[in-house]
Ligand binder design. Structure first.
Ligand SMILES: [Fe+2]
Ligand SMILES: [Fe+2]
Length: 288
């Protein structure tokens, strides 16, 4: 089976929708059987953005569970915040907006989060058919979908309403591992090769400071990243998919070389193709 891993397409106008359509067309021409999009599908969660996104999915007949798995990113959820940022650039490039954004983040409540998550789920609901939750879940996350006889994806919402102190730029995350543990113990997943899909990153602490600066580091935190990495390793996970950080690369996390794909430049046409046919995943990097 060939899985196209795409992330951060940030659809918000006709041009970005056309860019996404180009990516999907190329992926289908290369034999993609299933698309996994790991968040930031739209830029600020407006109905117009979602309609553009859905029109592309429908045009290529991938607006269904057999062809598509998705999770929300922070741009899909913190809609009152990102409504002001009309580009795919990160917040640090829009410094003049920061004061009003901080005020929006301060006011952003759990109810706002639930409203945004429900809207995301409403627009993407065909992708969830046949997937299942186990034990406690939060508005459908995490959920699992069996893609083939042996491969299953676990779709995790790594965004959380964390409050302004822990989420200054609406871009940090946290994963409730208790819920993921419950799901992984479901007998339907026994013997399956599990691929977790998250939005936030598993880069080691300090990596963003080394590449950018301390403020960037503080804006890209998965708060329980070390626990998440250890948890995945303990469960025999060999491949994790994410985006959020707008680079395109493959790296390893943890002590045993767990492979992590960041497809965070979907808006620029970059993605990964994963062939699950052999015992080891065969991964191809594709650039726009
Ligand atoms: Fe993004
Ligand atoms: Fe993001």
């Amino acid at each position: 089976m060939k899985i196209a891993h795409i992330s951060d397409i940030h659809v918000y106008n006709k041009k970005t929708a056309a860019a996404f359509a180009g990516l999907v067309s190329r992926a289908l021409s290369l034999g993609t059987d299933h698309f996994v999009i790991s968040g930031d599908l739209v830029n600020s969660g407006t109905d117009d953005e979602y309609r553009l996104l859905v029109s592309v999915l429908k045009d290529f007949d991938i607006y269904n569970s057999r062809m598509l798995s998705v999770i929300p990113g922070n741009h899909d959820l913190f809609t009152t915040v990102f409504g002001k940022v009309l580009s795919t650039d990160d917040l640090m490039k829009n410094k003049s907006l920061i004061p009003s954004l901080l005020s929006d983040i301060l006011r952003y409540s759990l109810n706002d989060y639930i409203r945004d998550l429900e809207k995301f789920n409403d627009y993407l609901h065909p992708a969830f058919e046949g997937s299942f939750c186990a034990g406690e879940s939060f508005y459908g996350y995490p959920h699992a979908k069996i893609l083939s006889g042996k491969v299953a994806v676990i779709c995790i919402d790594s965004n959380m309403p964390l409050g302004i102190r822990n989420n200054l730029f609406a871009s940090n995350g946290h994963i409730n591992l208790h819920r993921v543990e419950n799901l992984l113990s479901d007998p339907r997943l026994a013997g399956k090769t599990i691929i977790p899909v998250i939005h936030h990153c598993l880069y080691p602490m300090g990596e963003f400071k080394r590449r950018h600066d301390l403020i960037f580091e503080k804006s890209m935190i998965l708060h329980n990243r070390d626990q998440v990495t250890g948890f995945f390793e303990n469960h025999g996970i060999r491949l994790v998919l994410h985006g959020h950080y707008h680079v395109h690369e493959r790296y390893t996390a943890g002590s045993e070389g767990m492979v992590v794909l960041n497809s965070g430049r979907g808006y620029a046409g970059d993605w990964h193709l994963i062939d699950t046919g052999s015992d080891d995943f065969e991964i191809t990097s594709l650039r726009g």
